[in-house]
Design a protein around this ligand. Structure first.
Ligand SMILES: C[S@@+](CC[C@H](N)C(=O)[O-])C[C@H]1O[C@@H](n2cnc3c(N)ncnc32)[C@H](O)[C@@H]1O
Ligand code: SF4
Length: 352
């Protein structure tokens, strides 16, 4: 059995360096970077099979090229980032399950002791081979986006998707886990509360349990334009990351500083490095990981200029003004569901 990086010396040493340099930078208001990322977001693809209206991919507003990352390029990325890496979030824009190399990427990372999480709209999960490969890949957790308990409410946001496909997908994944005697991936049902579905929230847990999820996450929704608030933001303030103040929508933030620039970054399907997943259309390119050593990019002029800007002038760029770093309510609630005997949860498979 391999040792996980959680306890490995490179990981512990690096997290100490990253934390210390982040603290010193904030104190001196000067970017000092001794550590490397402890986690990264990697985009397997920015193609998608749905058209969610508040998502730049779904709304068709992304201007950057569309494509998939290959397994070889993924392997190059892990080599380039280094042995301190502990966690990979395998998504950004697009639907990760559309990239058939995803299970092999996960398995490659797993063999290096790196924990992996991905997020899916679940439309392709109901294909048994997809579900089986995900279990065999040793993926740690799968976030399944479901924002409606009936086909009608589900399809308001997940345009082009079918609720029945996601529900069957979760049940098939659970079944595959049981057949293969695996405990993972943990199935996290993620719900975005919006105006059209907030009344269903009271039944969410019971449904998630019935559908085979291990836990539920209620995550507040992001909007891009004030006009979207009226249509999508929930009426209940506690379910929103925004408040309406002085005639405009503002994020409810408790901390203004950004620590992400010392601990993580976003790598898009073509190797482009951007500071975080809020730079959805690559407005702040830090470099390309296939063209320059990652440590050079991480400490390079572009990154340091951006860190200096944030340390001294705060959130002046659009992407920083609408990001979740330091929010009061990114997750309204996150909790595990009670464990049920495996067979009870699997029974509804026969009726699919
Ligand atoms: C862009 S999606 C890509 C992954 C996958 N296609 C999915 O939908 O789960 C990344 C994450 O953003 C979430 N998401 C989509 N629209 C959102 C919004 N308006 N506000 C906050 N999160 C959103 C999705 O549910 C998902 O967890
Ligand atoms: S399924 Fe995910 S990536 Fe696709 S449009 Fe919806 S939120 Fe965006």
């Amino acid at each position: 059995m391999h040792r996980t990086r959680r306890t490995s010396l490179p990981y512990l040493w690096n997290i100490g360096l990253a934390a210390l340099s982040c603290a010193v930078s904030h104190l001196l208001r000067r970017p000092i970077v001794w550590g490397l990322p402890t986690s990264v977001m990697i985009e397997p693809t920015n193609r998608c099979n749905l058209r969610c209206p508040l998502c730049p991919t779904g709304a068709g507003t992304l201007t950057r090229p569309v494509g998939d990352m290959s397994l070889t390029d993924f392997q190059k990325i892990l080599d380039a980032i280094g042995p301190q890496l502990r966690r990979i979030y395998l998504w950004n824009q697009g639907e990760p399950l559309l990239n058939s190399a995803l299970p092999e990427m996960v398995y490659f990372a797993h063999q290096r002791g790196i924990c992996t999480v991905t997020s899916t709209n679940g439309q392709l999960l109901a294909r048994e081979d997809n579900a089986r490969q995900l279990v065999q890949s040793q993926l740690d957790a799968l976030i399944v986006s479901v924002d409606g308990l009936t086909p009608e409410t589900y399809e308001v946001y997940r345009v082009g998707g079918k609720l029945q496909a996601v529900v069957s997908g979760m049940q098939i994944l659970r079944h595959q886990r049981e057949i293969l005697g695996a405990k993972r991936p943990k199935i996290i049902l993620q719900w975005l509360p919006m105006k059209h579905n907030e009344a269903e929230l009271a039944q969410l847990e019971a449904k998630a349990l019935e559908w085979g999820a291990d836990s539920v996450e209620v995550k507040t929704a992001q909007i891009y334009e004030p006009e979207q608030a009226e249509r999508f933001l929930p009426r209940e303030l506690r379910l929103s990351r925004y408040r309406h103040q002085r005639g405009r929508w503002e994020l409810r933030r408790k901390r203004d500083s950004c620590r992400r620039l010392w601990f993580s970054c976003q790598i898009d399907w073509d190797g482009t490095v951007v500071p975080c997943c809020f730079d959805k259309d690559e407005t702040l390119v830090m470099g390309n990981i296939y063209q320059r050593p990652f440590s050079e990019i991480w400490r390079g002029k572009e990154y340091q200029t951006f860190r200096r800007l944030l340390l001294n002038r705060g959130r002046v760029l659009d992407l920083c003004c609408n990001c979740t770093e330091g929010l009061e309510t990114l997750y309204v609630s996150r909790h595990r569901l009670p464990a049920l005997p495996a067979r009870k949860r699997g029974t509804s498979l026969a009726t699919l």
